[in-house]
Design a protein around this ligand. Structure first.
Ligand code: FES
Length: 166
């Protein structure tokens, strides 16, 4: 076992981990952060997407030892500090972009990473940014609409990169 330190959902923390663990395994099985889903387990579906140092990453392929010093955001860290939904989550609800919900956490975090990088993406850029996330309900139209609706907001309302605001 090894001790590593990192920032998880804005909280600096230390954890004792088994080097063979993936980040997904650590989050779900040892932190009880089960909002991050396991789909394929092999980097194909995007259900396990989290944000690491500002980038959308498949946590099923990410070795936990590489989390040392990283800033990690999971779906549990996306909501506002007062517990209200992030504007992206609200937009997903408003346009019906949540169907079975299994891919939704990963979709939201890929969209968040996209908007942090490019707050006003075109439809093509949104589709490209979400290309690694598969929706088994095939509800892509509403998902793209939700991200488009957010991309018209001022950046401070999108709360771009909240973990860097401190
Ligand atoms: S579970 Fe990680 S990409 Fe499918």
């Amino acid at each position: 076992m090894h001790k590593i330190s990192f920032t998880l959902n804005s909280h600096l923390m230390e954890a004792v981990v088994e080097p063979s663990w993936t980040l997904l395994e650590f989050l779900r099985d040892h932190m009880e952060l089960t909002g991050t889903k396991e789909g394929c387990g092999s980097g194909e579906c995007g259900a396990c997407t989290v944000i690491i140092n500002g980038r959308a990453v498949n946590s099923c392929l990410f070795p936990i030892m590489e989390a040392e010093g990283a800033e990690i955001v999971t779906i549990e860290g996306l909501m506002n500090e007062d517990g209200s939904l992030h504007p992206l989550q609200q937009a997903f609800l408003e346009v019906g972009a949540v169907q079975c919900g299994f891919s939704t956490p990963g979709m939201l975090l890929s969209a968040k990473a996209l908007l942090d990088e490019n707050p006003h993406p075109t439809e093509d850029e949104i589709r490209h940014g979400l290309a690694g996330n598969i929706c088994r309900c095939t509800g892509y139209t509403q998902i793209v609409q939700a991200v488009q609706s957010i991309s018209t907001l001022p950046e401070q309302e999108i709360k771009v990169v909240p973990w860097r605001e401190k």
